[in-house]
Design a protein around this ligand. Structure first.
Ligand code: NDP
Length: 298
């Protein structure tokens, strides 16, 4: 039976470690979330981030400009948050409305309020192995692998996907943990063979159950980052999610075929409930660390 790397116990452990640090501060750490327009998935993500703040006794503020907000208006909102002493971290929920220049808005977040670890300065710190806010999803995955005592050093890690948010920082963090790292993407030749050579396979491509049996070595550790909604019953049944589909009228599947992953992996992160809770935990950790810096405690 493979080991299931649930995210909830890792999140609980991270929160436990954060609690005394939060209590030690002269004021609650503050997180501002900018959610422009209406996107049902983003609403759910933001709600769980705000709930996590409340659970930890942190201050949070949701700023909800309308769908029609311009790039300039969003930049102005971020700059106003940059100037506030009660806000330690700022998160701009992606995706922004299509007409907005997302990069300009993201880069308006001050490096010392960058709760998501996306700012080029913080990315530079990650490359050089210095302490700074780190992209939450890959940082959470490293925490999870450590929590479950999955060896990383000396292992061959293959990261499928090279986004700035997941793939690239994941590869760097695995490298800092002394894995031998291969990054694959849409132009990689012999993709199944590459992936099959992995001791640790991280899939972050946003393609429903794309990674099938011929991508997974027997006994590999598989981290499935993808969150893909399945709205077709027949597809859900083929993926072993018929019962979930019938209960909810839809289901969520990762980038890895769930049945193949369960059959071949020695350990894997379930979707949902594997990587998602880690992303939230690390967002809280980044915000607390930023607050400690702002209050001269770090
Ligand atoms: P992006 O769309 O930004 O990047 C996707 C990457 O996958 C690109 O590098 C792309 O390659 C590569 N790719 C796409 N199709 C293929 C293919 N057929 N073969 C090989 N490589 C391919 O996605 P993100 O990194 O932002 O997110 C990936 C997934 O993770 C999504 O499902 C997202 O919802 C999920 N996610 C989950 C989080 C969580 O908390 N659980 C947090 C963040 C993301 P190329 O560069 O060549 O185009």
């Amino acid at each position: 039976m493979p080991q299931i790397l649930h995210g909830a116990p890792v999140q609980a452990r991270i929160f436990e470690r954060l609690q005394p640090r939060i209590q030690n501060l002269s004021r609650p750490p503050g997180l501002a979330v900018v959610l422009a327009g209406y996107d049902p998935a983003s609403e759910i993500y933001v709600r769980s981030k705000i709930k996590a703040c409340a659970d930890l006794g942190m201050f949070s503020e949701k700023v909800s400009p309308p769908e029609t907000a311009t790039t300039e208006e969003l930049v102005a909102i971020v700059e106003a948050l940059n100037a506030r002493a009660d806000i330690d971290g700022i998160l701009v929920q992606m995706p922004l409305p299509k007409h907005v220049d997302s990069r300009r808005v993201l880069e308006a977040v001050a490096a010392d309020k960058d709760a998501d670890g996306f700012h080029p300065i913080n990315v530079g710190y990650l490359v050089s192995g210095r302490s700074a806010p780190r992209s939450c999803t890959p940082a959470g995955i490293i925490e999870s692998l450590k929590h479950y005592q999955i060896p990383i050093a000396g292992k061959h890690a293959v990261v499928l996907g090279r986004s700035d948010i997941v793939g690239k920082p994941m590869a760097l963090m695995l490298l800092h943990e002394n894995a031998t790292v291969t990054i694959c993407h849409s132009r990689t030749v012999n993709l199944p063979e590459m992936c099959r050579s992995a001791d640790i396979l991280v899939a972050a491509i946003g393609r429903t159950a794309f990674v099938t049996a011929d991508y997974i070595a027997q006994g590999a550790v598989v981290v499935d980052v993808g969150i893909n909604r399945v709205t077709d019953r027949e597809q859900a049944v083929l993926l072993g999610r018929g019962a979930d589909f019938d209960a909810k009228g839809r289901t969520v599947v990762g980038d890895v075929h769930p049945i193949d992953m369960e059959r071949l992996a020695s350990a894997y992160t379930p979707v949902p409930g594997g990587v998602g809770p880690l992303t939230i935990a690390m967002l809280m950790a980044n915000t607390v660390e930023l607050a400690e810096r702002h209050l001269g405690m770090a």
